[in-house]
Design a protein around this ligand. Structure first.
Ligand SMILES: NC(=O)c1ccc[n+]([C@@H]2O[C@H](COP(=O)([O-])OP(=O)(O)OC[C@H]3O[C@@H](n4cnc5c(N)ncnc54)[C@H](OP(=O)(O)O)[C@@H]3O)[C@@H](O)[C@H]2O)c1
Length: 318
């Protein structure tokens, strides 16, 4: 790498924070464009990180952020659309702009975050359809030799102490003391550890063999959603009956919760859950990474070994 610098779009998010820590530890300077630098001041405590206020849709601002960077990493994505953020705008228009800007700024390396099951064919959710459109475009624009070299990644659900999967179910289980109604209980996932995802990105950065390739990223075991929610309750020491909803009620829950503030579950989420989020190829193994099991990590932030439990135990001893 000439300048030893990477630009991480979405570097303030869950995956981005873990990846920034890993890349900084490798001696790389990380430039993170963000809409709200004041919200992420703690990231700046790491001296190798530049946090810069940016509108990622402004071509000139984006060009300035990419200048003197050896690589661009795009992690920007949303699970639910908002008034100012549509799937089409963030998942398709932005990657198009990123490709053009990389070419204009002379950046030759792009790592792109897609999602498992991203596809433009079949009846998929808008989330997966727009992710699929972007995945096709970045890989079509990739060269396998000189020019812009792209690698794309499609993870199943990602876990880690600051995730929004296990932590969200943990919060909901705490909030609802009775039986817990769960939409799409049979949907399958292979939760992948955020540290392994960050490692996959970091190890691909300088690896020519990954050019113009897409890697599916999964953890070592597959679970149904019901099993994962039961696992969450068990880790928290809660006895909860998880009631799996049938297809009609799951669909209805998507419509009903999708209009609540914060949109805890939407009809588009329901559509995403119609396809199992499990890998057909083991991308982590292809990159020489041994996948971490949920048992090695989740009990440390949800269960009896978590900071919170340790604190409560200590307090009860005083
Ligand atoms: N987490 C998972 O389980 C999972 C699974 C599969 C795929 N993915 C994909 O992995 C990527 C990273 O996920 P994550 O969980 O780290 O996401 P996250 O924590 O929600 O972070 C998303 C990032 O995107 C930026 N962003 C969000 N809305 C934006 C908007 N309207 N305009 C511009 N920037 C916006 C935010 O940057 P600022 O607010 O700083 O501007 C933030 O840093 C996403 O593309 C996601 O689709 C995640």
């Amino acid at each position: 790498m000439k300048n030893n610098r990477v630009c991480i779009l979405g570097g303030t998010g869950f995956v981005g924070r873990h990846l920034t820590t890993r890349l900084s530890a490798m001696g790389l300077a990380c430039r993170i464009p963000t809409r709200n630098p004041q919200l992420h001041r703690s990231i700046r405590l790491n001296g190798a990180v530049e946090l810069i206020a940016t509108n990622p849709f402004d071509p000139e601002q984006l060009h300035a952020r990419f200048s003197n960077c050896d690589a661009v990493i795009n992690l920007i994505g949303i699970l639910n659309q908002g008034s100012d953020s549509s799937f089409q705008r963030l998942h398709v228009r932005l990657p198009d702009l990123i490709i053009d800007t990389c070419k204009r700024a002379g950046v030759e390396r792009l790592l792109h975050m897609s999602a498992l099951n991203a596809s433009t064919t079949g009846e998929v959710s808008e989330y997966l359809h727009t992710k699929g459109e972007a995945q096709n475009r970045v890989l079509t624009n990739s060269s396998s030799h000189g020019g812009l070299n792209v690698t794309s990644f499609g993870p199943s659900v990602i876990f880690g102490h600051d995730d929004s999967f296990f932590n969200r179910f943990a919060a909901l289980l705490k909030l609802m003391p009775g039986p817990f109604p769960l939409a799409c209980p049979g949907a399958r996932f292979a939760p992948v550890y955020v540290g392994d995802v960050a490692r996959a990105f970091a190890e691909s950065l300088d690896n020519r063999k990954t050019w113009k390739k897409h890697y599916e990223l999964c953890g070592p075991r597959n679970f149904t959603l019901q099993e994962l929610v039961q696992y969450t309750a068990r880790q928290m020491g809660l006895k909860r009956k998880i009631i799996g909803l049938n297809d009609t009620l799951s669909r209805l829950q998507g419509h009903a919760l999708g209009i609540l503030p914060g949109r805890p579950f939407t009809y588009d989420n329901y559509l995403s859950l119609q396809i199992d989020s499990v890998c057909s190829r083991d991308g982590l193994a292809e990159l020489g990474i041994a996948a971490t099991d949920i048992d090695a990590v989740v009990p440390y932030y949800l269960g009896p070994r978590s900071e919170r439990s340790r604190y409560l135990r200590l307090r009860s001893q005083i």
